[in-house]
Design a protein around this ligand. Structure first.
Ligand SMILES: Nc1ncnc2c1ncn2[C@@H]1O[C@H](COP(=O)(O)OP(=O)(O)OP(=O)(O)O)[C@@H](O)[C@H]1O
Ligand SMILES: [Mg+2]
Length: 239
């Protein structure tokens, strides 16, 4: 395994009990790189992120984070390696305040709560500072997505796993959030795996992309290549 890859996946198979959902997945993310995984409903995008963070799925094959094999590591050990998973549906605690959600985000952090990480996070998301004491459940959809990403940033992650951050949000808010992701990536060389159905936005942000269809990778290449691919254009870009 090469240490220059932040994430290296080889021949990964994923199942829920007897139900096999991903087969023979190979995918790499370089340090500081943003990679997106595109695919229709049910293709296995969420399951792929769950396999990386070792939550809720059975997996076999090989996954390494920064050169370290994580197939025998627990979910919390993988978090400690700097992998932060922002799940689909955001996973924030509705009855807790913004502040409490952010503090909980730091719970699994190596070294515990960090004031620096909090200030950085609130710097990226000034809206969260404005709504610091507000209950998360009363935030707008866009603000809740910001909180979910903010909570992940409290871990000072090396690798961010984002599951459809654009889901249900107006294009302008998605644009704002993707801009912030670009800034975070540039400032800290944070690697990102972005799972999206919003191919146009994702291919704008990512350097490279993989296309997942019913549990298999059917296409991969630079974002530029995928954007000009006929099948991608027809199925995901509507042109
Ligand atoms: N807990 C589970 N138990 C059994 N099967 C599951 C479970 N979660 C997902 N699946 C199945 O795994 C397959 C892939 O689902 P997954 O959620 O990974 O797809 P997805 O690409 O994220 O879809 P979407 O775009 O709708 O979020 C689907 O056929 C789904 O029904
Ligand atoms: Mg999903």
């Amino acid at each position: 395994m090469s240490a220059s890859w932040m994430l290296e996946i080889q021949n990964l198979h994923v199942a829920y009990g007897a139900v096999r959902v991903l087969e023979k997945i190979s995918l790499n993310v370089a340090a500081g790189e943003i990679v997106c995984v595109l695919g229709a409903n049910g293709a296995g995008k969420t399951s792929l992120l769950r396999a990386i963070s070792n939550t809720m799925v059975q997996r076999s094959g090989r996954i390494a984070v920064a050169g370290q094999d994580v197939m025998n590591r627990s979910a919390s050990q993988i978090v400690r390696l700097g992998v932060a998973h922002v799940p689909d549906g955001r996973g924030t605690f509705a009855h807790l305040s913004v502040e409490e959600n952010l503090r909980l985000g730091a719970f699994a952090r190596k070294g515990g709560f960090s004031q620096d990480a909090l200030e950085r996070t609130l710097g990226y998301f000034p809206r969260l500072r404005e709504r610091y004491r507000q209950q998360a459940g009363t935030l707008s959809g866009g603000e809740q997505q910001m909180l979910a990403i903010g909570r992940a940033l409290m871990l000072d992650p090396h690798l961010l796993l984002l599951d459809e951050p654009s889901f249900g949000l107006a294009p302008r808010i998605v644009g704002d959030i993707f801009d912030i992701l670009r800034q975070i990536n540039a400032a800290h060389q944070t690697s990102v795996v972005l799972v999206e159905q919003n191919a146009a936005m994702a291919l704008n942000l990512a350097a490279r992309a993989y296309l997942l269809e019913t549990g298999r990778i059917v296409l991969s290449g630079s974002a530029v290549e995928l954007r000009s691919d006929h099948a991608v254009r027809r199925a995901y870009l509507g042109s």
